[in-house]
Design a protein around this ligand. Structure first.
Ligand SMILES: Cc1ncc(COP(=O)(O)O)c(C=O)c1O
Length: 485
């Protein structure tokens, strides 16, 4: 049943005179504000802030937080965006006082432990990627893409070559062409074959001396490992271009193969998808990049280096593209990734990938009879099923199914991406889910596929908001509260 009690805003709950805290009078002499700020810039009345007691405030925010689904409360099979469970141990370790009480302006001599950890992490990521030089600076996967493309641009500038094109397959994540454009390149789309791999003829037709970089996600967003990757890399290298590996799907190949070994010159990691870390929105994350020896001189500053048994931040890198982020990068996230990697060890990381693949294939085999998987009977860590048949037969769309899943306590998979599959549902169970959870999800999908279309068109029926106009919400968002007239 729908929760019909609309959530009231703090402003609506406010009653004059209520307080959550009473502060003692200041015991330092007041400085006349006019001496600090011009009088004209001073407000003439206090801001109309909501006035509430502490329990009202706590209940408001606690109730709001329970309206969300999260990986800690529900199965969250969001393909591509990989919502894997983050072990609480890593959160705890990253919150130790030896981590959180540090300040970036401390002298390096008092930060040796942290610098050693970051140095270790650089080396570990170099080992996992098969690429020798690492920067921990970028703040998200997309930022890693941009940083690496700026590195590539600096490399070609140094060679005196003008290369204007970045190629990316039509199944690429939207951030790939966006990053290319931000780095000043023109993006050119390369077609995929019906089986979901890079169309080699189209690639050959578009590759030329203007090609700077070919960006490829492998395994790709259809959950398929492109077995032509070595051939693709050879062809791109033959015209003097570079291979960028979008490492968002590294959780499927950890310890099994390495981008540097199959031809990549540079890549980014998404620590929250591959290791452990907070999710969401391009930050508060990290997107470390790894590059070949040739590209190492252009990496952003600083790099953590070792001199004997001391560690320091190296800013003395004349060919560097400069800073891309303040201080040391997003240290809290990097520490979580480090803890995850060290807890698993090399064998454990390989098992993470194997279990991610096993779970995805198990689920694929369970759902493909109801929702065909156009790109094959086998997948890596995720797969793209299609609701097209249900749409043609009964008018039920992928969106209807996604919305109805919420009523059953499952977060929806990613829908309508990639756009190369009609009515697509991109499902990624991740390695931590049990067989019982996967079975329950498959049974629920089956049950939904038999429900009356009208019930599905109106779903979800149990959430406080059912179907907002998402386009209007994005284009005409009202983020400021105004009192009702
Ligand atoms: C394939 C792929 N590439 C790049 C990104 C961008 O990563 P981030 O969200 O960390 O910026 C994502 C994120 O969803 C992704 O799925």
């Amino acid at each position: 049943m729908r929760n019909t009690r609309a959530t009231q805003l703090l402003f609506e709950l406010s009653r004059p005179g209520r307080r959550s805290a009473r502060l003692p009078a200041a015991d330092v002499p007041a400085v006349p504000l006019e001496t600090l700020v011009p009088r004209a810039a001073l407000a003439t009345a206090p801001p109309p802030l909501p006035e509430l007691t502490e329990p009202e405030l706590v209940r408001h925010f606690t109730n709001l937080s329970t309206q969300n689904m999260s990986v800690d409360t529900h199965f969250y099979p969001l393909g591509s965006c990989t919502m894997k469970y983050n072990p609480k141990r890593n959160e705890r370790l990253a919150s130790l006082s030896g981590m959180v009480d540090l300040h970036p302006y401390q002298s390096e001599s008092t930060l040796q432990g942290l610098l050693e950890l970051l140095h270790d992490l650089q080396e570990i990521l170099a080992e996992i990627s098969g690429l020798p030089a690492v920067s921990l600076q970028p703040a998200a996967g997309a930022h890693g893409e941009l940083t690496a493309l700026l590195v590539a641009a600096a490399h070609f500038r140094q060679l005196g070559q003008t290369r204007t094109k970045v190629l990316a397959p039509d199944s690429a994540h939207g951030t790939n062409p966006a990053s290319a454009a931000m780095a000043g390149f023109d993006t050119v789309t390369v077609k995929s074959t019906p089986a979901g791999y890079v169309d080699m003829d189209d690639l050959a037709a578009k590759l030329d001396g203007e090609t700077a970089v070919f960006m490829i996600t492998n395994p790709n967003t259809l959950g398929m490992f492109d077995r032509h990757i070595a051939d693709i890399a050879r062809r791109v290298h033959d015209v003097g271009g570079l291979i960028y590996l979008d490492g968002a799907n590294m959780n499927a190949i950890l310890g099994i193969t390495r981008p540097g070994d199959f031809g990549a010159d540079m890549m980014h990691f998404n620590p929250h998808k591959t290791f452990s870390g907070p999710h969401g929105g391009g930050g508060p994350g990290a997107g470390p990049i790894a590059v070949s020896e040739t590209l190492a001189p252009y990496l952003p500053v600083p790099i953590v280096t070792r001199d004997g048994d001391r560690f320091r931040l190296d800013f003395d890198r004349p060919h560097s593209i400069g800073r891309v982020r303040a201080f040391f990068g997003n240290v809290g996230v990097l520490v979580r990734a480090y803890c995850y990697i060290r807890t698993h060890g090399p064998e454990g990381l390989r098992r993470v990938a194997e279990n991610a693949i096993l779970n995805a294939n198990y689920l694929l085999s369970k759902v493909k009879h109801i929702f065909p998987v156009p790109q094959g009977d086998r997948c890596m860590h995720e797969f793209v099923a299609s609701a097209q048949k249900l749409k043609s037969d009964r008018g039920v769309s992928a969106m209807d199914i996604a919305k109805r899943l919420l009523d059953y306590g499952f977060h929806a998979p990613t829908v309508y991406f990639p756009s190369t599959v009609r009515e697509s549902m991109m499902i990624e169970p991740t390695e931590t889910e049990s067989k019982e959870t996967l079975d329950a999800f498959a049974q629920t999908l089956f049950r939904i596929s038999e429900e009356p279309p009208d019930l599905l068109h109106e779903a979800p029926h149990t959430t406080s908001i059912s179907r907002p106009d998402e386009v209007r919400a994005a284009r005409q968002s009202l983020v400021a509260w105004r009192a009702a007239k």
